[in-house]
Structures are given as C-alpha cells and as structure tokens.
Design a protein. Sequence first.
Length: 194
Amino acid sequence: MARGQRDDRAPRERGEDSELIEKLVSINRVAKVVKGGRRFGFAALVVAGDGRGRVGYGAGKAREVPEAIRKATEQAKRSMIRVPLREGRTLHHDMKGLFGAGNVVLRAAPQGTGIIAGGPMRAIFEALGVQDVVAKSIGSSNPHNMIKATFEALKAVEGPRAVAARRGKRVSDIIKPRQGASAETAETQEAANG
C-alpha cells in the first residue's frame, strides 16, 4: 500500500482480531470555563482484551461520549500486552503493583474461585480471560491509578518457561507436577500457554 493511503480493508483482512472484549470502566464529565460560560467534554477509560491472554487500556477525551469511547478503545487496542496464564484460567504467581497512590495485590486462585476483584480490576481480568483470581486494591480508588497499578503487576508476571530460560533449567525442574500430572504434561501445557 502506498504511503498516505487509507486502509479500507475489513479488520479481519488487516490481521486484527475483531473478537475483542471491550469494557467501559469510567466516563467523566469535565468542564472548561470560557468567556461565554462552561464548555463540557467527556473523558472515557476503556479496557480491551481478546479473552486469551492479551489486554490493554486507553483513555480518550472528546466533546461527545461516543467519540471519547471510540478514542479510548483505539488506544486500548494499540497498547495491548501479553500476560502468561496458567492453564488459561489464572495467574502463575502472586504479584503486587504500584502506580502513584494505586496499590494492588493480585493472587492466583484455585479452579472455581471466580474473579474476586473490584470495578476496574474486574474489567481487566474479564477482558484478559482470567477466570480465577483474587485481587485487592489497598491504595487509591481512582480508576486510572488502579488500572495502571494492575498493569504494572501484570507486566511482571512470568511463566515457567521464561523463568526456566533465565535460570538455565528445564520447565520440569521449575514446576512441580500438579495433582498427579506428570512433569511432561506440565511442560506441554506451558508450551500451549506461552
């Protein structure tokens, strides 16, 4: 495609996944005082994910609500990160995240626990595809700080393959077999999860 031309192909043709889960976390009316009075605008905070280990967040501002949400969604799609998940349902290990006054604790949970997390964090886990997790916000309840602190924690999550590679060991040396499963089964599960 030549430079400066628009790409009018459908999202699937461009390789984008149109099956994204988009969650509106917060919408805020903001006012700008001008000579004639106040001019109102809207700020939106959106989380988007594919439900299979990729998630991102974005903020957008505009004079109308739909436009603010569209801008936030576009930014969320551009800022996606990949998070390794254990068995595709929970985190590999417990994490703490800190951003500004936002302080969050994320804990891996056994199957059947569900998502035990408040507002903005719940939206992140639902978009990420996590089914079992326990999360607690200890600091600020500001959704922007909570989301950024949660993303700081998620960026630090490492899968057993990454840890094994860093230590120069095999995956079977790092993780113990769970409930009668062999180490090879755990290794193949990790290969599937990435």
